[in-house]
Design a protein around this ligand. Sequence first.
Ligand code: PEP
Ligand code: MN
Length: 358
Amino acid sequence: MRGWDSLESPEKVGESHMIIVMRSSATEADIKAVAEKVSGLSFTPHVIEGVERTVIGVIGDGNKDPIKSFVNLDGVDKVYPVSKPYKLAARSSKEEDTVVNIRDIQVGGDTFVVMAGPCSVETPEQIDTAAKAVAEHGGVILRGGAYKPRTSPYSFQGLEEEGLKLLREAGDKYGMPIITELVSVDTVDKVVEYTDIIQIGARNMQNFPLLRSIGDVRKPILLKRGLSATLEELVMSAEYIMSGGNYQVMLCERGIRTFEKAYRNTLDLNAVPALKGMTHLPIIVDPSHGTGRVDLIPTMSKAAVAAGADGIIVEVHPKPEEALSDGPQALTPLMFEQLMKDLKPFVEAAGKKLVVLK
Ligand code: PEP
Ligand code: MN
């Protein structure tokens, strides 16, 4: 009977999901031969290149118990099953931190990156002024929303393609890659055309068709935690993207909904070290949405560094009082400058390198 399938046939997990860890000395040809063998056994190979070594995820319901088919192949170090519900994203699949490359900016490993800009792109002057301030004071990636997922249908919804253009122009003018949110499967091509990083917002963390639609995109993704999502659900959503072949995923803690009303959301910094244990993906903290209060952002940014985050994403607006979205949590250029000055020693104390524009 339809609808009862999951009770009658439990999901197949475990043995059909394996990880093959290649030696650091493995050649391209070794990797290719292993991947071909995986396909030959009717599994899908996921070749995830690391800085030190490559791992190959073996995913699917192919021929049974294939471990022994791989252990003796050239270049193979270890082969083991992954028992976590998420496979490609699991730390147990890849011990090494994933480093996401955006031009010459490395996110993950021993770097700390600052992404900043307005909540929404509003006018050419607004985004230009914001971008100038971000670049001058040490931000390296420019953020700005063009398609805005607003709680109210009557609120500003974003400039759409015009916003993408303006963000691109400002990023290019000040030498920064850009990040903007994708809210619909219908606009994937358009957003990909303009942006360097695709943001999936909190409200779309479990929009599975949207996650699938970026699996075959070759641009890094910043996946934000849903307002009421568990860490496991967040990592499972990353797995959706990775299972489509896009392994350049960064996760973002942006605050969750709790009973506390003193701030917009409760920034869950437990999530940073906890996620580091669960996954090899870089973790970014958003203290702007996480608090909703400019007075809390500097402290929580430092706390994010101490917790082990790989970067922060903050909202900066030339005139927060005139912002069309999220004004109360927007830093002025002056506040951003101060934040960057204060953050530097914390980043160094955490043993990380603050990424600067070249
Ligand atoms: C944003 O970055 O402006 C945004 C809407 O974020 P979130 O999805 O975390 O609410
Ligand atoms: Mn915002």
